[in-house]
Design a protein around this ligand. Structure first.
Ligand code: NAD
Ligand code: MG
Length: 388
């Protein structure tokens, strides 16, 4: 029986993880559930899964959750400090990082410090501080198992292979809802349109990142640190059907891929059960229904975020952290129609040029960089065409 702490249990990944756990009560048990501010869903989940503790980050909701769970033996905490404490409990075997954004970094670091196995969906943690996080994990002998579908695919392709045999990894990207579109079309798109992803239903932030291709940029950096790759070993190919989840090309020219119907429950379950596989009733891939798998090169000129992420990866140091912070802020602004789709890349680029570069950042440097970048990008946003 593996006891799991889910950071971000009310989100897209969190709720799907709970479905996986509910389907395998003999294998998994919920030890901790956490949410930002969705108290109603957190309470409902706590009543169903009876964890030892819940954390609601939003302090204003603390009393509501406490009152609702008062008749149950469930501890109720609030605030970010509690998040970093509960992941270290001896009763936790696996920490599933399903928070969105930079907010996930410190609790993942705390969990690694306590020697917990990590199932990681929160890619921003590796984008911001991948070198430091993976170094810590190595020192502690802690496995970091990817949940992101592309990285789970690569991880599965690498089972039984030495990393020294990797020539490159090829991340597949659906291309998102605006595949093939050009700037003259994209200047006018609104959040409601960008939120319609063709193949996946996900949280709002990653859905916008998929529309701008920033998601694939973040995933390049995520792959670099997870699999200890050089920058030129990471390629991206557009594959609109999302059946091939990613590929590894080996030094002898052989290419392995992992395929399946787009369903995040599969990589979530694999990350929790690894190195075992669990029988599932997930929909099977029927090749008769998918007679055509196509591939094309990404349009780096139109979807500039992908190029910006590549630049940030190549520059290294705190650059990916700057880019990530700027991106989180502009995506939130885009979601509330305060900045245009194409403008987002301009704001990120300006922020990357404005925040001072640190080649070998410490954890504290990342905290400062994230703060500074958010202040800078907020200044640039004031001059956005859409801001009032
Ligand atoms: P989501 O917005 O649906 O859920 C985010 C969860 O984190 C919620 O439970 C929310 O309450 C919690 N949260 C957010 N901010 C917080 C804060 N400041 N403090 C504490 N808790 C906070 O997001 P999601 O789509 O589930 O994505 C989660 C992560 O997984 C992201 O990093 C995303 O890139 C990654 N990911 C998601 C998918 C997917 O299919 N949804 C696929 C691959 C990777
Ligand atoms: Mg992905």
């Amino acid at each position: 029986m593996k006891r799991i702490a889910i950071l971000g249990s009310t989100g897209s990944i969190g709720t799907q993880a709970l479905e996986v756990i509910a389907a395998n009560p003999d294998k998994f048990e919920v030890e901790v559930l956490t949410a930002n501010s969705n108290a109603t869903l957190l309470i409902e989940q706590a009543k169903k899964f009876k964890p030892n503790a819940v954390v609601i980050a939003d302090e204003k909701k603390h009393q509501d959750v406490k009152t609702a769970l008062s008749s149950l033996p469930i501890k109720v905490f609030t605030g970010n400090a509690s998040l970093n404490e509960v992941v270290q409990w001896s009763t936790v075997d696996i920490v599933l990082g399903a928070l969105v954004g930079y907010a996930g970094l410190h609790s993942i670091v705390a969990a690694i410090d306590a020697g917990k196995r990590i199932a990681l969906a929160n890619k921003e943690t590796l984008v911001v501080a991948g070198e430091l996080v993976m170094q810590k994990a190595k020192q502690k002998g802690v496995p970091v198992i990817p949940v992101d579908s592309e990285h789970s695919a690569i991880f599965q392709c690498l089972e039984g292979e030495g990393t020294k045999y990797i020539e490159k990894v090829i991340l597949t990207a659906s291309g998102g809802p605006f595949l093939g579109k050009k700037p003259n079309y994209l200047v006018n798109v609104k959040a409601s349109h960008a939120l319609q992803h063709p193949n996946w239903v996900m949280g709002a932030k990653i859905t916008i990142d998929s529309a701008t291709l920033m998601n694939k940029g973040l995933e390049m950096i995520e792959a670099k640190w997870l699999f200890d790759l050089k920058n030129d070993q990471i390629d991206v190919v557009i594959h609109p059907q999302s059946i091939i989840h990613s590929m590894v090309e080996f030094i002898d020219g052989s290419v392995k891929s992992q395929m399946g119907i787009p369903d995040m429950k599969l990589p979530i379950q694999y990350a929790l059960s690894y190195p075992e596989r669990i029988k599932s009733n997930f929909k099977r891939l029927d090749f008769k229904e998918h007679s055509k798998l196509t591939f094309e090169m990404p349009d780096y000129k139109t979807f500039r975020n992908l190029q910006l992420a590549k630049d940030a990866m190549e520059k290294g140091g705190n650059h990916p952290c700057i880019m990530n912070a700027a991106n989180e802020v502009v995506v939130a602004s885009f979601l509330s129609n305060r900045v245009g789709f194409m403008e987002m890349s301009d704001m990120i680029e300006k922020t990357m040029a404005a925040v001072s570069y640190i080649q070998h950042p410490t954890l504290e440097d990342y905290v400062q960089t994230d703060k500074e970048a958010r202040i800078k990008v907020a200044e640039f946003l004031k001059h956005s065409q859409l801001s009032s």
